[in-house]
Design a protein around this ligand. Structure first.
Ligand SMILES: CC(C)(COP(=O)(O)OP(=O)(O)OC[C@H]1O[C@@H](n2cnc3c(N)ncnc32)[C@H](O)[C@@H]1OP(=O)(O)O)[C@@H](O)C(=O)NCCC(=O)NCCS
Length: 157
């Protein structure tokens, strides 16, 4: 499995991927709308096939992870993509990485905590506002849990 930086050639594929997996060509997190062309990222490859993607943005001392998807779970792809971003953020002298996930995503909450992230903030009922921008977001999320809140996790670098 290889990892390389996201380039402008990847944007159509990334938009399509987000649409299929996250319901639209943009991501909404902590009240911010993120579009692929404004982000940095890495793509994981298995041969010619996409095996995962991560996108991020820098803001002051922070690095925010906007999206992370592994298309081949349990093979270390998600971990490698996080490591690639952490390395880049350190090189750019950023102090903190944070990520927003939702209260239903127990897998992601476990995954990030096992990789050094701490739970730092709950934005209660954040999905009410997010649904105004993305009406397709279901009321019931993963694990049959009501999809309501955003949870912020951070790792200091
Ligand atoms: C969360 C997510 C990115 C994790 O990606 P992943 O590629 O499965 O992650 P990894 O393979 O690095 O790690 C997952 C587990 O596989 C294990 N693993 C890694 N390589 C392995 C291998 N070769 N053999 C067996 N297990 C392995 C890891 O130890 C890890 O287990 P742990 O968390 O108990 O330590 C992925 O589940 C995903 O895309 N979820 C849907 C989208 C999502 O929720 N994104 C985050 C939203 S913010």
């Amino acid at each position: 499995m290889n990892i390389r930086r996201l380039t402008s050639d990847d944007l159509p594929r990334l938009r399509q991927f987000w649409k299929e997996n996250w319901g639209d060509e943009f991501v909404v997190a902590h009240g911010v709308i993120y579009y692929p062309n404004t982000l940095d990222g890495f793509i994981a490859f298995d041969g010619d096939e996409w095996a995962g993607e991560i996108t991020y943005a820098f803001s002051g001392n922070d690095c925010v992870i906007v999206s992370l998807d592994s298309l081949r779970n349990w093979q270390g792809i998600g971990t490698k993509l996080i490591q690639a971003v952490a390395e880049e953020a350190r090189q750019q002298n950023r102090k903190r990485i944070f990520v927003i996930t939702t209260n239903d995503n127990l897998n992601a909450l476990g995954f990030y905590q096992k990789r050094g992230f701490h739970l730092v903030k709950i934005n209660r009922d954040a999905m009410i506002e997010t649904r105004k921008l993305k009406p397709g977001i279901p009321l019931i999320g993963e694990n049959n849990i009501p999809l309501r809140d955003e949870i912020e996790l951070e790792m200091m670098l």
